[in-house]
Design a protein. Structure first.
Length: 369
């Protein structure tokens, strides 16, 4: 066993090791943390203790098989040597919006750099086989949204995803790729160069899967919830009726995020999914980037980031912002939580709305941007 830097959280290597175990996701990881004093204790636990912690027999089998061949400290150092960091939900660098969803990844692997300004981001998703129309609208909208200062987030897949990332890079904007594999693998392989450019530009790749994990069809729906979760909203530029894009749309809706869709020809199978998002009232029709910006009520991103950094200087606003997430909450409830008069709370909320940090979703009801 190799030495570990004394500054490292002693649970970190074990947290990485547990992420290698098939069947241990957010819920079971939480159960282990509640049952054992440390993850080191959990790693050395016997079958009976693991079953008492809530793991089923199959997961215990998977764990014992992994434990027999994996050294937590060696796995952790391999990760660091690959230039990858692992963030827990409690870490400052963990994306705030992702922390708010119902099942955030207990461990988020990051290669590259996440930035505070990534809180102002938009997911652009769609078919892997875009038509000429789909390519045109994706490039046009991604370019305008990137120019506005939004970070462009997508899944590094063929088609719409790749166009969105490429356009952001061409505009000198930030872009983040969310992948369904370990960060030592690029899929599809023809996007090796694109993935490298994302890192060279100062962007990032993120994943909930440890190094060595191969892409698998089962992982993509889980990946899509992260794409929706880290962003203000999801834009579908072109997607078929049975496109995997639906996973991202439903995740965004479940998370209380905005959904947008570009209408396409009614004769085009590649636009059937996007058209149905609009027809079923699941997302807002978009014909230009300004439609998205207006709905999200975002102003100049640099100014909003600057204002966000200044918030802690106002204790009431800072406390309110800590209580407000993506789920709508009424002023009366906020007043009760903070034990402040309603009129003071309402005044602070109005200020936060003017700063573009929250938005009103109903009478005296607000949600975080």
């Amino acid at each position: 066993m190799s030495d570990l830097d004394q500054s490292t959280n002693p649970d970190a290597p074990y947290r990485v090791a547990f992420s290698h175990v098939t069947g241990i996701g957010p819920a079971r990881m939480t159960a282990l943390e509640r049952r054992f004093e440390t993850l080191a204790h959990a790693w050395s636990a016997d079958r009976t203790m693991l079953r008492e912690a809530g793991l089923d027999g199959r997961t215990v089998d998977e764990f014992e098989s992994t434990r027999a061949t994996l050294d937590p400290f060696e796995a952790y150092e391999r990760m660091l040597d690959a230039g990858v960091n692992a963030l827990t939900v409690e870490d400052d660098g963990y994306p705030r919006r992702l922390r708010e969803i119902a099942d955030p990844p207990p461990l988020l692997y990051v290669k590259g750099e996440l930035a505070e300004r990534d809180e102002w981001s938009i997911a652009i998703v769609g078919t892997r086989r875009p038509t000429a129309y789909g390519r045109q609208v994706t490039s046009s909208l991604a370019g305008e949204l990137a120019d506005s200062g939004l970070t462009i987030v997508s899944g590094l897949a063929r088609g719409v995803d790749g166009i969105a990332h490429e356009t952001a890079l061409e505009r000198g904007a930030r872009t983040v790729a969310v992948v369904a594999s370990g960060l030592d693998r690029v899929y599809p392989p023809e996007h090796q160069g694109l993935a490298a450019q994302i890192l060279e530009s100062g962007g990032a790749w993120i994943s909930e899967y440890p190094l060595g994990t191969r892409p698998d069809a089962r992982f993509f729906p889980r990946r899509n919830r992260i794409i929706a979760g880290v962003t203000l909203g999801t834009l579908v530029t072109e997607a078929g009726e049975k496109s995997g894009t639906w996973h991202t749309v439903t995740s965004a809706l479940d998370q209380g995020r905005e959904v947008f869709a570009v209408p396409g020809p009614i004769t085009s199978e590649q636009s059937a999914g996007a058209n149905n998002v609009i027809k079923r009232g699941l997302g807002k029709l978009v014909t230009c980037a300004q439609d998205v910006l207006d709905e999200l009520n975002v102003g100049p991103i640099e100014r909003q980031a600057e204002l966000a950094e200044q918030l802690p200087e106002d204790p009431v606003e800072a406390m309110l912002l800590q209580q407000i997430g993506s789920e709508p909450i009424h002023v009366d409830e906020l007043s009760r939580l903070l034990q402040h008069p309603v009129h003071e709370t309402a005044a602070a909320m109005a200020t936060l709305e003017l700063k573009g940090l929250i938005h009103q979703v109903g009478p005296m009801t607000y949600a975080r941007r």
